[in-house]
Structures are given as structure tokens and as C-alpha cells.
Design a protein. Sequence first.
Length: 336
Amino acid sequence: NQQYILASRPPGMPDENHLVIKDAPRPKPEDGQVLLKTIYLSLDPYMRGRMNAGASYAKGVEIGDVMTGGTVSEVVESRYDGLKAGDVVLSHNGWQRYAVAPGDSVRKLDPAEAPVSTALGVMGMPGFTAYVGLLDLGLPKSGETVVVSAASGAVGQVVGQIAKLKGCRVVGVAGADDKCRHVVDTYGFDACINYKDDDFETQLDRACPDGIDIYFENVGGKVFDAVMKRVNDFARIPVCGRIAHYNQTSLPEGPDRLIPFMGKVLIKRMTIRGFIQSDHLERHPDFLKDMAAWIRDGKVQYQEDIVEGFESALLAFQGLLEGRNRGKMLVRVADD
Ligand code: NDP
């Protein structure tokens, strides 16, 4: 069994000194357990936070442990009544080829219903994040303007499409021209702006003539600053992620801006609310029902970026943190 072990804590971008591939014996299932072979490993930005020491909303990975992560896996051997060899399940086995899991901790997938990889993307955690963050925290109303950052990514692409379904004007922000074209042409966003362009703020003004009612925050940094200058009264800001800061080792130069920022929150009567998708699981059945229907009816499209081979995981993860992915980042560890 091959595993990526967290060997040390990365100060900035993780590399092969921090995540090391090791060989371990293949585990054996006990009563009530299944032996699983990883087909797809999901790569997600939250994994960067799990490499850090210190308190967060979830416990970090310990040094010497297998890196955590969602997987779509095949049952190789079952000692659990509800599953048999050959079944495909959604599990959380981490960055490794084989793992045992309690049979009642995994969810059986139906490959006839949807490609099994979607259980890690549009039909999985990132899709659910978009659904609950936009609908329950963003509270979109028809005619409002929604801006979403990391617009072409796993979460952003779904946020924008749901906002369109709710009758909003949707403006994406992304870090590459081809990403921007894709979200407009394929997902039907009204506009998408490359935040790396010199005239990014001018383009944002043009794309949001009526200001911004909802900002779905995925990145932080300069995109957040630019949006804050353009929010309308009673704007809602679901704070989903801040990927521009995940590898930062110190605060940026410049004066403390907290006091003017809080002034703005007051004057604009803004609602800024951080959320973690797993706190909203009571909405998961609604999400599965709605998203399955939207995909079936062609109302929601999705893009996956699948790299081949277990050994590609670290490079692909670095790419995710640097914006090289095109859609939901997955590693194909074994054939499905
Ligand atoms: P994506 O598929 O969107 O991939 C990450 C993207 O972030 C990159 O492609 C890149 O796109 C963008 N990015 C990277 N660095 C920067 C930067 N310095 N400035 C601006 N953008 C940057 O990832 P996900 O859709 O999986 O995740 C999106 C966000 O949602 C993340 O912040 C993640 O942590 C958060 N999240 C939060 C959850 C929650 O429960 N709160 C659950 C799931 C995800 P580009 O080329 O456009 O810059």
C-alpha cells in the first residue's frame, strides 16, 4: 500500500519534503469493515490548512499520519453485510491506495446514475458548499448582482450556475482568460473578469453597473478589497474560503485596516458570515435532490480536471493552490 505521509509542516507551499510517499502493508478488514481500493482521490484547498499545527475548525493531520482526503473507492473485500466486492463507495480514505473503513461510514454510489467522480465534485462536498453557501447565507433574489471568486473552480462554477437559476446577474472572477471564457460560454455567467488584468477594477465596475448585492468569497486578497468598494446596502458576504492567504507566512505590509472596514460593515449594513459546509448537513437531502435534477435537465454543467496516477497528487495539489487546475481537481489512482 502506498501512502502520502505528512513528514513535516510546510511553512508556505507544500513540497516533497513535507509530503512523502511511503510503502505500508495492505490493511485487513475486521468484522463490520471493508477493504477499499482508491479509484479517485479528491484534492481540495482545505487540505492545506490540515497541514498546519494549531487550532482550526477541524483537527490537523499529525506528523507521520496519512494525508486526509475524500475518495471514491472500490470494495475489494467486504466483512460488512450491506456491501460486496466490486461496489463503489464514497469514503474518506486519504492520500493512499488502500484503506479499511467501517462499512457504515461509507456511501454506496450508483455508477448508472452519474459518473462516480461527481460524488467528489458537483454532487459532493464542493457542490454542497456552493448550494448551502449561496442559497442559505447569500439569500439571492431575482435581479440582484452576485460576484463569485475562484469562479471556474469546483465551488465557484456551481455557485454561479445556481445564482443564474435564481434569476441573478452573475459576475465571475478568475485568474486566467481561458477560465473566464469557460464560465461565460459553458456556465452562462453574464461576465467574468481576470483579477490579474491591470484594469481589473475598471472591468468590475463595467460588469456590475448596479453594484454588488452578494459576494461569494473564496479567495480574499485583492479581489475582496475590490469587491468591498462596490457593495450595495444590505450586501451579503458568505465567507467560504480565502485561498490567496493559505500559503502566506506573514501579514501583508501596510496600515491596519480593521477600523475603516468595520465602518463599512456598519454603513452598508452588511452581513458577513463564515461557514463550513459540514455544519449544514440537514440541507444535504435537498441538495442531492435539486442538484441531480439540475444536472439531469442540463441546467448545471460541470468540469473536472483529472490527473493520472497516485504519484501525480502532490504536483496537482500545488497546481490547485496556484490556479493551474481547470475545474474540480481529482487524481485517478486506479481505473473505475
Ligand atoms: P478551486 O477548484 O476553485 O481551486 C482553487 C482556485 O483558487 C485556483 O484554481 C485559483 O483559481 C484560485 N486561487 C489560488 N490562489 C489564488 C490567489 N492568490 N488569489 C485568487 N485566487 C486564487 O477550489 P475549490 O472550488 O475546491 O475551493 C474554492 C474555495 O472554497 C477555497 O477557498 C476553499 O478553501 C473553499 N471551500 C470552503 C468550504 C467550506 O465549507 N467553507 C468547502 C469547500 C471549499 P484562479 O486561477 O481563478 O486564481
